[in-house]
Design a binder for this molecule. Structure first.
Ligand code: 6U4
Ligand code: NA
Ligand code: NA
Length: 157
């Protein structure tokens, strides 16, 4: 199979609102998403990478982040399979600011802009919003067409 790349994604869910950010460049440009990116090859943990990417992209430091989900994503057009580790936080230090990479915005949970997000988000955000751990596998044709989606809640015991 293809080589894989470890990525993080972190969502802030506070007071019935979710903090999303419009990606201004690179992979996922023009879409609203959480903060995240590649784990650095300097020995940082996946958790540390999730916090660092949120600091770099949103200027805030989550203080109660928890692992909530794992999704393996296979894009036919990409050289590497993406292994995305998803975290959720409700508290953070600092002030949300726009950066070169991201334009952040708060959304009511009832008004999440799924039509301006990755197509899979509408399927797994409900787990995340309800604090249910989940795991899955997605297969894409291009970046917009989801040809296989296997997502499920994961329970401990
Ligand atoms: P550089 O080149 O350093 O800016 P980096 O920020 O390390 O890149 P990036 O931005 O390429 O990594 O990471 C991609 C981000 O997009 C990760 O947070 C995972 C996320 N992502 C990719 N496919 C996704 C999908 N189908 N649904 C989703 N998030 C996805 O919700
Ligand atoms: Na990023
Ligand atoms: Na990065």
């Amino acid at each position: 199979g293809k080589p894989s790349k470890i990525l993080t994604l972190l969502l802030i869910h506070q007071n019935n609102q979710i903090l999303l950010a419009m990606k201004k460049r690179g992979f996922g440009m023009g879409k609203y998403n959480g903060f995240g990116g590649k784990v650095e090859k300097n020995g940082e943990s996946i958790f540390q990478a999730a916090i660092r990417e949120t600091q770099e992209e949103g200027c805030i430091t989550p203080t109660d982040a928890q692992f909530i989900g794992y999704i393996k994503m296979d894009y036919d057009c990409e050289k590497e399979t993406l292994k995305v580790h998803i975290f959720k936080a409700t508290q953070f230090d600092g002030e949300v600011k726009e950066t070169e990479e991201m334009k952040p915005q708060w959304f009511d949970v009832a008004k999440i802009p799924y039509n301006q997000m990755w197509i899979d988000d509408q399927y797994w955000f409900p787990y995340m919003l309800e604090n249910k751990c989940f795991s899955g596998y997605l297969q894409f044709e291009g970046h917009e067409k989801l040809i296989l989606s296997e997502l499920k809640e994961v329970t401990n015991q």
